[in-house]
Design a protein. Structure first.
Length: 138
C-alpha cells in the first residue's frame, strides 16, 4: 500500500469543560503511540459506529463518565509520518460522574488560555486555538 492509499484512522476527541471554564487533558500512557504527550480524551471510532456513540463509549471507558450533552466543534485531518488521523472534536458541556484516569493516563484541568503551553499532540493543536475563542460555560 502506498502512502496515498492509507485510510485515515477515525478518531473522536472531547473538550470537557468544567464550571470554571477549564479543559481536561490526558497524558498518553507508556506503551502507546506518542506516549508522554498530552491530548484531549477520546479514541477511535469503531466500524459502523456513529461519532457521538464513539465519544460516549470512549469517555465511559477512559474516564468513567456519562455524557449528557456534547456538541460537534470542528473536524480536521492530520498526517503523522506513520498514519493519517481524521479527528472530530466535540465540546462536552454536561456529563455525569467525576473524571477518573481509568486507562493508566494522567489527567489535569487546564485554563483554556494556558493550553498552548502544554505539550499537546500536533493533531490537537488547532483545537487549542479554537477553544480559547469558545464561549465560556453558562
Amino acid at each position: 500500500m502506498t502512502e496515498a492509499d492509507r485510510a485515515p484512522v477515525r478518531v473522536v476527541a472531547a473538550a470537557l469543560i468544567d464550571a470554571l471554564g477549564r479543559v481536561l487533558i490526558a497524558q498518553r500512557p507508556a506503551g502507546k503511540h506518542m506516549a508522554g504527550r498530552w491530548e484531549f480524551p477520546g479514541g477511535k471510532v469503531a466500524p459502523g459506529e456513529s461519532e457521538e456513540a464513539a465519544l460516549a463509549r470512549e469517555l465511559q471507558e477512559e474516564l468513567g463518565i456519562v455524557v449528557a450533552e456534547a456538541r460537534p466543534m470542528m473536524r480536521l485531518t492530520h498526517r503523522y509520518p506513520d498514519r493519517d488521523v481524521e479527528l472530530s472534536m466535540w465540546v462536552v458541556g454536561r456529563y455525569r460522574g467525576e473524571p477518573q484516569a481509568l486507562d493508566g493516563q494522567s489527567l489535569k484541568w487546564v485554563e483554556r488560555a494556558q493550553l498552548a503551553g502544554e505539550d499537546i499532540l500536533e493533531a490537537d493543536r488547532p483545537f487549542v486555538a479554537a477553544l480559547v475563542q469558545w464561549p465560556p460555560p453558562s
